[in-house]
Design a protein around this ligand. Structure first.
Ligand SMILES: *[C@@H]1O[C@H](CO)[C@@H](O)[C@H](O)[C@H]1NC(C)=O
Ligand SMILES: *[C@@H]1O[C@H](CO)[C@@H](O)[C@H](O)[C@H]1NC(C)=O
Length: 500
């Protein structure tokens, strides 16, 4: 199906029509993107965006039936603001590329069962410290939610590729900037350190054994009571401290004895402004696993469209569809599992079987391979054979627009200066079992410059066919993405995000 002209007045109606079209199973055609409207919205929203920023640390949560709903917002803390738009975009995309390459290293860990060939594992200071590398970087892990911990509140970055939740703890040896008070163990009667002979400490040890291929002694002889952790990130930032447990509260739902990292030595701009990180990965110590009695191992999110806008999304813990506002049915695809659960890793792996561009099926030998669905990577990265096929189809469908130079990791760009509207081909991802997921029209193109002289396909190529494709959050916006670890499936539906 194809749309004719679109007008600014009809934009809201158009959105409804698009949703209706998607509901009816249509997946072809183009979206009409009005460039003036985009620009207008940007200016119009700047004041509200500012208010959104000020409200960032008062995120809301509530209970819906058997589920808990947390408001999700873009994390946009920046200690050195006033960069140009392009500098900002450049920083965002290069840090994103670093995360993608770091994730590739971690996936390899779990794929290799024998050796410590991993280049990614950080050096441990003490034998009881467990390094887990990750690609966390500023502005890439960019959605935050607020939870109750002990007697206080913690605003944490939401990461589906991390196993352990951690927060900065007083007294800090070193801490990154944080808005709001530090978590203080001494003022929480329900706080306790996790002893090193506990199952939680074992689980942490197992992650090390799996990741590095070498067992570690359960405890540090020097500090027998403490189970230390050390998370090292590729850019040199880190969080170190002890494993602890305390009362976690999520919209009135209380999880006693929630295990997390109490970080007394933390460094890194990636976490600036926040209390730390929420690990939503698919492994034993993650929040999902620890709350399985309350939430059944199911969570979902809807990521809002624009970091500039006032829109907020939602993180729903639990499987209660009445907490969703999806406009199309949730379609599911099976997670690709490793036969050995210890080698599973935290990742949500699915099987990407096809892509259509403007209703046209793209052909490539690289399909039917594993892909990660990740909340913390921005731009979707595809293996080169698939990327090249998608790129070729885009180039042919957008042939009427003059090309523009590539920008950072994006190499399919157009000069759309002065155009009133653009026909954006639809982009649909197809997963094993026939689940078709149409990317929101706001997640297809990346506007590098505000004058539209460099508008790029918001998808990048991986370096080699051996790497694993990653579905990034730019392509997950305005979708309800359901992670069901019990039924081992990931679901998708169209949803216009807004805190509910
Ligand atoms: C992906 O799905 C296709 C079609 O069902 C199947 O042939 C292929 O083996 C699957 N690949 C993986 C990695 O599971
Ligand atoms: C984009 O196109 C406009 C109008 O056609 C032209 O003036 C401008 O120089 C072009 N910009 C780039 C970066 O190519």
């Amino acid at each position: 199906m194809a749309w004719g002209a679109c007008t600014a007045v009809a934009a809201a109606l158009l959105l409804l029509l698009l949703l209706a079209a998607a509901a009816a199973g249509g997946n072809g055609g183009v979206h009409c993107l009005d460039l003036d409207l985009e620009e207008g919205r940007r200016h119009h929203l700047s004041r509200r965006a500012l208010q959104g920023r000020q409200r960032r640390h008062h995120l809301r949560s509530r209970a819906v039936g058997g589920a808990t709903v947390l408001e999700l917002r873009h994390h946009s803390f920046s200690p050195a603001p006033a960069n140009s738009r392009e500098e900002e975009a450049d920083a965002l995309l290069s840090t994103d590329a670093a995360r993608v390459s770091s994730l590739q290293g971690r996936i390899e860990h779990y794929r290799l069962t024998t050796t410590s060939s991993s280049a990614e594992v950080a050096v441990t200071a003490s034998k009881a410290q467990v390094p887990v590398s990750s690609g966390a970087r500023l502005r890439t892990l960019n959605y935050v939610a607020t939870v109750g911990l002990g007697g206080g509140e913690a605003t944490v970055i939401v990461d589906t590729a991390s196993e352990l939740t951690w927060v900065q703890c007083a007294p800090c040896e070193s801490c990154h900037d944080q808005q709001g008070p530090l978590f203080d163990p001494s003022s929480s009667p329900s706080y306790a350190a996790v002893p090193c002979d506990s199952p939680s400490c074992d689980a942490l040890q197992q992650q090390l054994a799996t990741g590095a291929g070498a067992g570690a002694p359960p405890c540090d002889a020097g500090r027998p009571a403490a189970c230390s952790y050390a998370l090292s990130y590729r850019d040199g930032s880190y969080s170190r401290g002890v494993l602890a447990h305390d009362r976690l509260s999520l919209a009135g739902e209380v999880i006693d004895g929630f295990v997390f990292g109490c970080g007394t030595s933390n460094q890194g701009p990636p976490f600036g402004g926040t209390s730390g990180l929420m690990g939503l990965g698919r492994s034993q110590l993650s929040l999902v696993s620890q709350t399985v009695d309350q939430f059944g191992g199911v969570f979902s999110y809807c990521l809002p469209l624009s970091r500039e806008s006032d829109a907020s999304g939602s993180l729903v813990l639990g499987d209660d569809p009445s907490a969703y506002r999806n406009s199309t049915p949730v379609v599911y695809t099976s997670m690709v599992s490793n036969s050995d659960p210890l080698l599973q890793g935290p990742f949500y792996l699915v099987n990407l079987t096809g892509i259509t561009v403007g209703g046209q099926e793209v052909e490539s030998t690289g399909f039917s391979a594993r892909a990660i669905v990740d909340s913390g990577t921005v731009i979707t990265s595809l293996v080169p054979s698939v990327y090249n096929a998608v790129r070729a189809e885009f180039m042919s469908q957008l042939a009427e627009y003059p090309q523009a130079p590539g920008f950072s990791i994006l190499d399919t760009c157009f000069n759309m200066t002065g155009l009133k509207e653009v026909q954006v081909p639809s982009l649909t991802l197809v997963f094993d079992g026939g689940a078709e997921v149409e990317v929101d029209s706001g997640g297809v193109l990346y506007f590098v410059s505000s004058d539209s002289s460099q508008v790029c396909l918001a998808v990048a190529s991986l370096k080699s066919e051996d790497e694993t494709s990653i579905i990034g959050n730019y392509q997950q916006k305005n979708l309800r993405v359901v992670f069901d670890t019990s039924a081992s499936q990931v679901g998708f539906a169209q949803e216009t995000c807004g805190y509910i």
